[in-house]
Design a protein around this ligand. Structure first.
Ligand SMILES: Cc1ncc(COP(=O)(O)O)c(C=O)c1O
Length: 413
């Protein structure tokens, strides 16, 4: 090998064989690592979902989720399904085919919502901004001001765009609706933000927040979680599209003696009960601060490697997922494979960024040492895939940040 030569993917043999021993770190942006405590809780398995244990279990989960959503009067609804079930529910319960919806999007999941709305027969006004940027609230305001006949009935935004690692400013978008004096409902996808960053459903005047179990809540996939405002519930009472399974009226357990209409995934509910306990024990401010600190460590590592963050505006950078751009000639799929050989799983971008972008998930149950281990594995993989990363450069930047930002360590010095 010529000193200083940049190796291509094909020239270099894999130097790191996957180890059969030790932990494999799942650093994708959900599903996340499931803590053993939650796996144990889920071993409680099944109970009679029509028996006396069920109503208090469900009521406890609803009460426990309220602080995460930042709501006192939003109704929490749970159903088996992935996050998209909650998203579909958010649309079909308040909008009928032919109704108009403004979908503000800055990446794959915003566009996913636009696609979903179109398939449900809604008229979609798609306000698309380039990946890597946040949705400017001024654009939403301008678009709503143009809607002089108030035909748009809902505005949808993804809080944390998992495909690009950009967090949209929901407070600013709320202000945009207010500034335009527009009565549209405000629908937010909080799938990769809930449990990772502060969500303020009531303060931001959100009408529907759709979420799922497999990200900040640290659980396996399978539970769709919605938070719905009294206003949206009232619209859904008599309006919306024809619907069956995901009808909020059916999912409002208090109308049905505390029970759900169909068999609920009780192991996941036991897991959620434990997850909420864990989050409460750590304290939500600490949980959010931990996510923010670890995200910053990862961003500093990326910069130290000489790579570029897809999110150009640091103030909009996500606390739960980081997307980075790879140099031309370095294929994201090959990097993922190489990182996997170092026992860390990261993931490529989503089309059209699947070849050029790498995404690192850092949400849920994660500590500093695991972040460092993951970064170390990514460095091995980057080198293995042919990118000449200076050994430990990212690790050093991340460690320095951890030292710098830790109140305990600063106090101990
Ligand atoms: C922001 C966001 N929205 C929607 C989805 C789709 O959710 P699900 O796959 O649970 O249906 C995801 C999944 O990663 C997501 O991150």
């Amino acid at each position: 090998m010529v000193a200083g030569m940049q190796l291509t993917v094909r020239e270099i043999p894999p130097c790191y064989a996957p180890s059969m021993a030790g932990r494999f770190l799942l650093q994708i942006p959900g599903p996340t690592n499931v803590p053993e405590r939650l796996l144990d809780a889920m071993r409680l398995g099944t109970i009679n979902p029509r028996g006396p244990e069920f109503p208090p279990l469900l009521a406890g989960l609803q009460a426990g989720l309220r602080p995460l959503f930042g709501t006192s009067d939003g109704e929490i609804l749970l159903a088996a399904g992935s996050g998209s079930a909650a998203l579909e529910g958010a649309l079909v319960n308040v909008l009928a085919p032919g109704d108009e919806v403004l979908v503000a999007s800055n990446g794959f999941f915003g566009a996913w919502l636009a696609g979903l709305a179109g398939r449900l027969g809604l008229v979609v006004h798609h306000l698309e901004v380039p990946p890597g940027t946040a949705v400017p609230a001024e654009l939403v305001e301008a678009r709503l001001r143009e809607d002089v006949h108030r035909r748009i009935q809902a505005v949808t935004v993804v809080h944390n765009e998992t495909s690009t690692g950009v967090t949209n400013d929901l407070a600013a978008i709320r202000r945009a609706l207010d500034a335009a004096g527009h009565p549209a409902l405000f629908v937010a996808d909080t799938i990769s933000s809930l449990g990772c960053v502060d969500v303020r459903f009531d303060d931001w005047g959100v009408d529907v927040a759709a979420c799922a179990s497999q990200k900040g809540l640290m659980l396996p996939p399978g539970l769709a979680i919605s938070c719905v405002s009294p206003r949206a519930l009232a619209i859904g009472e008599h309006g919306g599209s024809p619907r069956g399974y995901y009808d909020w009226k059916e999912l409002q357990a208090h109308r049905h003696g505390g029970l759900l209409p169909v068999t609920p995934p009780t192991p996941l509910l036991f897991g959620l009960r434990e997850s909420l306990r864990m989050l409460e024990e750590e304290g939500l401010p600490s949980v959010y601060a931990r996510h923010a600190r670890q995200a910053e460590a990862i961003r500093r590592a990326v910069v130290a490697w000489g790579l570029t963050l897809l999110c150009r505006d640091r103030t909009a950078a996500s606390a739960s997922v980081t997307a980075l751009e790879l140099p031309a000639g370095l294929d994201a799929g090959a990097v993922v494979d190489a990182v996997r050989r170092a026992n860390v799983e990261v993931i490529t971008g989503i089309e059209p960024l699947h070849e050029s972008v790498l995404r690192i998930g850092h949400m849920g149950w994660l500590n500093e040492t695991e972040v460092l281990a993951a970064l170390g594995g990514i460095e091995l993989g980057l080198r293995d895939a042919g990118f000449r990363v200076r050994p430990a450069s990212g690790l050093q930047a991340a460690q320095e940040w951890f030292f710098e930002s830790s109140a305990d360590r600063v106090a101990a010095r």
